[in-house]
Ligand binder design. Structure first.
Ligand SMILES: [Zn+2]
Length: 81
């Protein structure tokens, strides 16, 4: 039960970061990442990664290709852990 919740929360991190999460799910999601250190860490990691790309895009528009390769690298790292 608990593991299943974590899996769903982790899957929804990108939705949240993209602002595509249904509003009724947001409080549940935030509550979980706040109290579950595992998901919280993952959330922080994805969020700072996304912020880094965004910041770089704002300064000097980085090509989608570079963003994609970084994204792939991160997901590889995450898949291994
Ligand atoms: Zn969790």
């Amino acid at each position: 039960m608990k593991d299943n919740t974590c899996k769903k929360v982790v899957e929804k991190i990108p939705l949240f970061l993209d602002g595509e999460m249904p509003e009724n799910e947001i409080p549940i999601f935030l509550e979980h990442v706040k109290y579950c250190s595992k998901c919280g860490e993952r959330f922080d990691m994805e969020q700072s990664f996304k912020d880094a790309i965004k910041a770089r895009c704002e300064r000097k528009c980085v090509s989608e290709q570079i963003a994609d390769s970084i994204r792939n690298k991160i997901s590889m790292l995450l898949a291994r852990s």
